[in-house]
Unconditional design. Structure first.
Length: 306
């Protein structure tokens, strides 16, 4: 097993979590989030949106039943940028609030470092907007969200509207905008140049090898790319509204990462809300309970329109 893989998985194994990292082309989707007992949600799975180097990238779409032209939320899974799958959609309850969700696959870091992930997700957004009439959501009301490393990517994608270096050409549809109108980040990174200094020993053991894979080298050797990949360095006054949720007992992703982004966004005059989840660690039911789901749904309806 490669050194980076051992270093990343060791601390997770120590707390009883077993994870096998697979390349993007081998990621199982396991049929996606099961909504078979939820008639309020209509799932269309395995929709291909691009092929990159012979690997098909796909997404799953979850539509609210009996809702015409709902807004669309693009969901980005977590997994330290190097594993995970679109199959698990922790924000699925938002569909019952009249919000469609598209959960997207993207190239993971064992396959390609930054900016591949951002290029893939923006390619998925262009595809989704280009095909809005076919699937039935509103092409003018797009949000993006993600958890952990997916929260970082959601913020990076959402805060780089109209940024040509972040755009890429994955999947084509280059005459279609990849802009989003709202961003929700669940306990995501925001500053790759400061995250290691803020980390606990456990968090450092997880984050250092993960970031080396993301950047294709150490932060010291990839400073420009680290800044390019840090949402705090991309914020400007034209960015969409931003909601940040973070557990105040998170041992893995420093809460200061969300606080940094919150501060920079407020300085730029962006509509920004920071929701500390008291007693919560890195994920868990506290982020998807009825109270937090309602909070996120209200933010999205406010930002995207009724």
């Amino acid at each position: 097993m490669p050194i980076l893989t051992r270093r990343l998985l060791a601390p997770l194994a120590a707390i009883g979590i077993s994870l096998i990292a697979l390349p993007a082309s081998a990621q199982p989707n396991a049929g996606g989030t099961d909504v078979s007992d939820r008639p309020s949600i209509i799932r269309t799975g395995d929709i291909p949106y691009a092929t990159v180097d012979g690997t098909e990238l796909a997404l799953d779409l979850y539509m609210p039943a009996n809702v015409d032209n709902p807004p669309l939320l693009v969901f980005i899974h977590g997994g330290a940028w190097r594993f995970g799958s679109r199959a698990s959609v922790s924000a699925i309850d938002l569909v019952d609030h009249g919000i469609a969700i598209a959960s997207v696959s993207f190239r993971l870091t064992p396959v390609a470092p930054l900016p591949a992930q951002v290029h893939d997700i923006k390619g998925a957004i262009r595809f989704l907007r280009a095909n809005a009439d076919e699937y039935g959501y509103d092409a003018e009301r797009f949000g993006v969200t993600g958890v952990s490393s997916g929260g970082h990517l959601a913020a990076l994608v959402g805060l780089t509207n109209d940024s040509e270096p972040h755009e890429g050409d994955v999947g084509g549809n280059l005459d279609v905008s990849s802009d989003v109108q709202a961003v929700v980040s669940y306990f995501g990174a925001s500053n790759l140049t400061s995250i290691l200094a803020q980390s606990t020993p456990f968090g450092l053991n997880v984050r250092e090898p993960a970031i080396e894979l993301l950047l294709g080298g150490s932060i010291e050797d990839k400073v420009d790319l680290a800044r390019f990949g840090s949402p705090v360095y991309q914020v400007d006054a034209d960015d969409p509204p931003l909601l940040l949720l973070h557990g105040d007992q998170d041992p893995q992703m420093p809460i200061n990462q969300s606080l940094e982004l919150f501060g920079v966004a407020k300085e730029q005059g962006i509509e920004t809300h920071f929701e500390p989840v008291h007693g919560a660690a890195h994920g868990g039911a506290a982020f998807t309970d009825a109270e937090r789901t309602q909070l996120v749904a209200e933010f999205l309806h406010r930002a995207l329109g009724p």
